[in-house]
Every structure is written in structure tokens, then in C-alpha cells.
Design a protein around this ligand. Sequence first.
Ligand code: GLU
Length: 295
Amino acid sequence: MSADLRPVKRTGPVGRYAPSPTGDLHLGNLRTALRAWEDCRRRGGTFILRIEDLDPPRTVPGAEARMIEDLRWLGLDWDEGPDAGGPAGPYRQSERGAIYQAALDELTRRGLTYPCVCSRRDLREASAPHGEAGEPVYPGVCRSADPERLARHPGGAAVRFRLPDDAVIEFEDAAAGPQRFDLNRLCGDFVIRRRDGLWAYQLACAIDDALMGVTHVVRGADLLTSTPRQIAVLRALGLPVPSYCHIPLVADEAGRRMCKRDGSCSIRALRAAGQSADEVRRIIMQARLVDVENG
Ligand code: GLU
């Protein structure tokens, strides 16, 4: 295996918070950040801030700096991150392309990838069945096509992870309990590099957690169905799998899960209204929670 794919040597627990800089942090994001940080500090662990800026068109200029300021204002600290450095850097996904490429090459060497030229429209027209989480299950159209012909497709090709026939993944979630997913019914062969060349979250996040030596992932319950995909990638590469804890999300006034578009819940708005960090922490911890819609 390429040297790039060796996890950093660590002793002790490692936690992380991995926001995407697509807007200002809202109370829901902050609750996840606080819980991940508290969990890690309680264990006496190393805490990492990783910026998940994989998708340049969605990255908002200045958002990373504002997130860092908001997290610090709230009292969080981290041992490693884009502003702090550390042995497992770089800590921005936009700077880790060579690592993801090494992972993709290794998966390809093991026969676990194939190019796919299906467009969303093709898949809609094939009326791909919907899986347990309501997302389309890839029907495997390009699975046995000639990869060289597909790779020459004028519209470019995505790369999919080839699932084994038996792709049942089980894990114990520290918040949600025992989990069991059949990836062939949940999503089918999933994309690890998009047709436009961008790395898929499922690949990048899995590889980063493993190589950064993360032992405890605490994140929002909306990502519960991502976890079996990430475990499948890690197992395929023989990389360590962290333990997972998917925590409920904060509800907005209508009882739906909060989103970044909803500016009134941003920490910036509360700060501007004169709330102290203590008050904001209290609001966050008493917030109404929502059961996650799938996906
Ligand atoms: N970057 C993802 C987000 O902001 C979180 C990824 C993770 O925690 O695994 O939603």
C-alpha cells in the first residue's frame, strides 16, 4: 500500500469536528461541535478540526474563518487543524486530493472501482428503485461495461465503489444503538469520485478519519446512513474503523431540522443580539431535537 495511506501514529483517543464551510454555523452545527468536543475532552483525547471544503462551488469565501471564530468564542479548542497544524495535515480536504487519489488507485488495483457514465437523467429514466433511505439504488448499468470505453466518454465518467454481493455492514452506534445496513439495498455501488472530478464525501471523510487516527466520530444523525459506506471503504483498504456516535439534530421553529440557509439561527445573529457564550451554550443544550428524516 502506498505510504500516503498509512494512518498517523497516535496514542490515546482522537475526536474531530468536520464542518463544511458552506455558510455560518447554526445552533445545530454548534451542538454537534460541542458534543464532539466534550466527548473527546472527557476521554482526555486529541481533538481535530477538519474543514470539509470538497465542493468549491458550495464553499463560501470567509466561512472557514468565521466558523473558527465562532467555535473559539463558544469555548472550543482543538489540538490540530488548519490554523494549528499537526502531524496528520493538511486539515482542509481541498488540499488532500493526492491522498484521495492514492486511495482510489489502491481500490482500483484491488478491482473495487469502475467508471460510470450514467447521468441523473439516465438513472431517473431507468427508474432506479429507491432504497431503505429513500435514495436511488444504483442499478449497476456500467458495472460490466468496458471501462476503457467508459473512461473515454465525452461527458467524463464518475467512479463508483464496487460492492461485494454480500455488503451487509453492522456496527454499534454509541447513541443510536446496533445498526445493520445492506448496502446493495441502501444505495448500491456508490460514487467515490464525481463525474466533474470532485471527490465524494464518502471517500474523503472515511479516508481522513482513518489516516488522521480518529477513534471516535461524533456527528449528526443525518449521516447515519453514510457510515456503512465509509466502513465498507475502510474495510476494503484494511484501514482502521473508528467508533461512531450519531446524535439527534436541533429542530427549527417548525420542528424541522435546522439548515444553514436559516440565518436567524446562526450564532452570528445571536452574538449580534448580545447573547453571551454561556447563554448560547445553554440555548444549544436545551434546544428541541428532531428525529432525522432519512438521508
Ligand atoms: N462535513 C459534514 C457536514 O458539515 C460533516 C461530516 C462528518 O462529520 O462526517 O455536514
